[in-house]
Structure formats: C-alpha cells, structure tokens
Unconditional design. Structure first.
Length: 77
C-alpha cells in the first residue's frame, strides 16, 4: 500500500487514479495521519456487496417502515 501526503496527492492526482485503476490502494495523509484512501472501484463494490449480503441475511423486520420511507430517509443525507 502506497502512502502520500495531501500536497503530493493533489499534485499527482491523475497518476494516483491510474495506479488505483491498476489495482493499487493509496492512503492519503495530512501531517502524517491517514485521512483518506484511493482504492480501485471493484474492491469497494465487493466490500459493499458483502456488507449488504450480511445485512440481508439477518432478515431484519422493518416493523411498519416501508422500503419507500427508507429510500427517502437515505436521500436526505
């Protein structure tokens, strides 16, 4: 995993995006503290898919809340 400071990330953003596209994960730091990551899209989609699978496998009951209400609530943020 590559680590770069904010200034370097800003200066070489296009190159970092290409690296992520090729599969690299880049951590961006501010004053030596990690603040963000640039990751390949496929990796993030897989994580999101796995999280949804875990949530849906719990068979959580909505107790009177409709799917439409959940969607509208999510759009507020």
């Amino acid at each position: 995993m590559k680590t770069v400071g904010i200034f370097e990330a800003k200066t070489h953003f296009s190159a970092l995006i290409e690296e992520a596209r090729e599969g690299a994960t880049i951590t961006v730091t501010k004053n030596g503290e990690p603040v963000a990551q640039i990751v390949p899209m496929q990796e993030r989609r897989s994580e999101a898919s796995e999280a949804m699978r875990r949530i849906l496998s719990r068979r959580v009951k909505l107790e009177g809340v409709t799917i439409r209400e959940l969607i509208e609530e999510g759009r507020r943020y």
